[in-house]
Ligand binder design. Sequence first.
Ligand code: NDP
Ligand code: BG6
Length: 518
Amino acid sequence: MPPETMLSQGVSVSKVITKEELCLFEQVAPACGIIIFGASGDLTHRKLLPSLFALAQENLLPKQFYILGLARSPMSDSDFQAKVLDSLGQAATAAARQDFVRHCGYLAGEYQDSKTYEGLRQRLGGLDGIYETSGRHLFYLSTPPSLYETIAAQLGQSGFADSRNPEAWIRIVIEKPFGSSLATAEQLNLSLHRVFREKQIYRIDHYLGKETVQNILMFRFANAIYEPVWNNHYIDQVQITAAESAGVEHRAGYYEQAGALRDMFQNHLFQLLSLIAMEPPASLAADAVRDEKSKVLASLSFPKGCDWQDGVVRGQYAAGAVDDEVVPGYRQEPGVKPISTIETYAALKLEIDNWRWHGVPFYLRSGKRMPARTTDIRVVFKHVPTSIFQPLLADQISPNILHFRIQPDEGIALRFEAKHPGPKLCMSSVTMHFDYEDAFGIRPPEAYARLFHDVMVGDQTLFSRQDWLSHSWRFLDPILECWAKEKEAGLAFYPAGSWGPAEADDLLQKDGRQWLTT
Ligand code: NDP
Ligand code: BG6
């Protein structure tokens, strides 16, 4: 009897299949309606609609689907379709774009108003009939977070959260940020659970949809050579960087309430940390993976305080230059308070107190207005124990570094020492590269496309679970509270176009280390 094969969605295939066959396995999403709350907003325009179109081009959208946009702005179906066309730019062919927009419609309404949901019922009734969706609905909440609870409650009251049709499913996608503290995140969970079951809730983090982020699991657990050295016996430190050259742009209204810790660490950086540090999961089933990720955050040691000596740095960009362009400081950006103490940069030294990682520092940093847009993870191995290349000492021989390039130039590189040709004893660091584009001939697809598909096929692996979110907020809350009390004291300014405040360098120098940027 061949063993059962478990695919990521928890689907079992009772025969041995080859890698090539596994690759052909594709879950086809059934006919469904996609209802986007926040359809006139920035995210819908820049990411959601182009991603849905990309899926359609890959034949990963069901043949029978519709997209219904919902927002306040008064718009007809054809006005919305014109906006959709604008979002798609020049992707694929004009005929393909036209075909796609024919599936799109629009309904104007206030989310707080129950009449909106009466209108929604009528529209969905008609569309479900035309597209034969059997009542399968994906509600995507891309609205200001303050409206999530209202919308969920209204959907519940109007009977949209359940269906008597056994073929139907109803799923709700919640955009980030998911709360702004442990209390608000738990309150939001509670409100969602009053209406939806956990299996229906998809808390999105678009970093998990990035190919290179998904590849961390494959790299770690489909290769035998890394696992034996993936621990405190061999690894000296791990650095995770998410740098952006852009400033706050037009999002000051949101960012003034958030800051770098809530905007980037609570979700994206902590997801990267969890994937790099987790134990091997029992399978690729959603909860098996999410169990292990949760344990990582549960094992974090809390810092003693919120100063740089405690392993916590916060900074804000001052005026400077990025790519030779002079740019204003954060406080001079439109919509930002001139005395704002919101951090646009943060760095943390984290310790995961478990058997695997005890004693290995994880340095995380993220900031706006840095010299480049780059997200990466560097796993730095220990020095060789002793040197046979005397008079070179062991710590003069550069340690191996495994470099995950999440974006741009997606790939993985391994640095090691090599001998120069010739009779002299010359040694240099060289790098072995894997590059996505070279290896597979395509650029990694847009993260949201993968995530939309996962929701349609009911796979929650790449979505945050409630307990993981609670652990992340539980860790960050004391730091955020401490910063709120300290206001400007302890806020370090850095010129736009630099790699952050000097305190972040001091943090590593204190440990005899430095940030790796090249
Ligand atoms: P926008 O402000 O651009 O869009 C908000 C949308 O919500 C608009 O369509 C707006 O409609 C609608 N809306 C707001 N209030 C109401 C209301 N009372 N009744 C009906 N409609 C309402 O926000 P974004 O698109 O930037 O962000 C959406 C969500 O996605 C947020 O949670 C954000 O944190 C998250 N996100 C955004 C990212 C981005 O790059 N933009 C990145 C990651 C997450 P109208 O304009 O017609 O009034
Ligand atoms: C979003 C943050 O979640 O991620 C933004 O709200 C940030 O502030 C963005 O710019 C970065 O995403 P990416 O995919 O460009 O790295």
